[in-house]
Design a protein around this ligand. Structure first.
Ligand SMILES: *[C@@H]1O[C@H](CO)[C@@H](O)[C@H](O)[C@H]1NC(C)=O
Ligand SMILES: *[C@@H]1O[C@H](CO)[C@@H](O)[C@H](O)[C@H]1NC(C)=O
Length: 391
């Protein structure tokens, strides 16, 4: 076989002549020692591809061919000279079978302090079942790793990526600006613990489109400090729905603002669209939220605001939520509830929810009208609203 470096320069020259603009450089991890056998640790090869791409000023592709590539927890760190790195995955990245290897690492695959990174295609197999079983057994277990994390990064695209059986959260966007996710697939057991599909926090300008999420916790969870989030065309289930929160865990907390969830189908989920806050003091808030065009199929709590979240009744009993919730619109939400109460607004007695709008909402329970329940919630109902609004 020709020496990879000479091949590399030939392909570089070829691309350069053909494009006439800037040459795209491709780093194939297999040329750098990665093995598609699912057993050989390929972490080093991926890291060398990353450091070459990161140091280059040319648009670069890190190419992962077909096959299964075993990776330990790895951080792809910037800042980079490069602002156009595409990781193109034809095959599967596999986490170690022994969950302890990455279980305390926080993240399995982490991108941090990068600008202009695209992840395209591929399957990320977190091999989480061992850890879920450990947690179910009641033994002490590592908390588990997020499969794919982006931290303090800008201009990120995640397209056509499948995440399978993450130990903990599947994808986490933290401290980022301008992130576009499209055609993402998340798949894990409906009984897997804390395996949220996509979690966004402290980030602005995140878009999640055309994605299908089946997991054991929230399909999408939205944490403090999220602004200008757009979610459209999502299939969720099994899972806990699309959730803003939990908010108000901390006393000093950034708010959530300008979130749109449009065209979503929830099938057999615990919740549909939810806003949830701890029942304790906080500076947090959620405002300018639009839930539009949702179909609920046998969902336990299709529309819910819960401001009395207090797991284990620890650190909050007797306290009320400081989180202020306002300007929330539910528009064109139809389908079936798996419980009698299809609409539930359980707001803070100190800071009642304000300006909640129900517009064209029709939810039934066992072919009858369902019920709505309100506590400290104000707003208006427009169009057909069933169950009858309690605002
Ligand atoms: C709200 O967020 C969307 C993106 O989701 C953005 O296009 C729009 O400009 C934002 N609105 C405001 C008032 O910032
Ligand atoms: C109520 O909420 C809607 C939608 O977010 C907003 O356009 C409107 O200005 C709000 N009204 C008041 C009185 O705050």
């Amino acid at each position: 076989m020709a020496n990879p470096r000479s091949l590399f320069f030939v392909s570089l020259l070829f691309l350069f002549i053909n494009s006439g603009v800037s040459a795209v450089v491709t780093y194939n991890v297999a040329d750098l020692g990665a093995k598609p056998d699912g057993q050989t640790d390929s972490t080093k090869a991926f890291l060398s591809a990353w450091s070459e791409a990161c140091a280059s000023a040319n648009p670069s592709v890190i190419y992962v061919p077909a096959g299964r590539f075993l990776l330990r927890n790895v951080a792809f760190s910037g800042p980079c000279k490069n602002t156009a790195i595409t990781v193109r995955i034809a095959g599967t990245l596999v986490a170690p079978t022994d969950y302890r290897v990455i279980g305390n690492a926080g993240n399995w695959l982490l991108f941090e302090h990068v600008n202009g990174v695209t992840i395209s295609g591929g399957i990320l197999d977190g091999q989480g079942t061992g850890l879920w079983n450990c947690k179910a057994s009641g033994n002490s277990c590592p908390s588990g790793a997020t499969t794919l994390g982006f931290s303090n990064s800008n201009n990120i695209i995640v397209s056509g990526v499948s995440s399978l059986n993450s130990q903990m959260f599947h994808i986490v966007i933290n401290g980022c600006n301008n992130v576009k996710m499209q055609g993402v697939r998340v798949s894990a057991s409906g009984r897997s613990p804390n395996t949220d599909g996509i979690h966004v926090q402290k980030s602005s300008g995140v878009t999640i489109l055309d994605s299908k999420i089946a997991t054991g916790d929230d399909c999408v969870s939205i944490g403090p400090g999220t602004t200008n989030l757009w979610i459209e065309n999502i299939a969720c289930g099994p899972g806990h729905g699309i959730s803003i929160g939990s908010l108000g865990k901390d006393q000093q907390e950034e708010g959530v603002q300008n979130v749109t969830v449009r065209t979503a189908t929830f099938t057999g989920t615990q919740n549909g669209v939810r806003i949830k806050s701890w029942g304790r003091p906080s500076t947090g808030f959620a405002k300018n939220i639009l839930f539009q065009h949702a179909v609920m199929i046998d969902v336990q709590n299709p529309i819910v605001i819960d401001q009395n979240y207090c797991p284990g009744e620890k650190d909050c009993p007797g306290q009320v939520s400081g989180v202020r919730i306002s300007d929330v619109t539910y528009q064109d939400i139809h389908g079936t509830s798996a419980t009698e109460v299809a609409v539930k607004f359980d707001c803070s007695s100190k800071y009642p929810c304000s300006n909640i709008t129900l517009d064209d909402v029709k939810l039934s329970y066992k072919n009858q009208a369902a019920e709505a329940s309100c506590s400290h919630a104000g707003g208006t109902a427009e169009g057909t609203v069933q169950p009858t609004s309690c605002l």
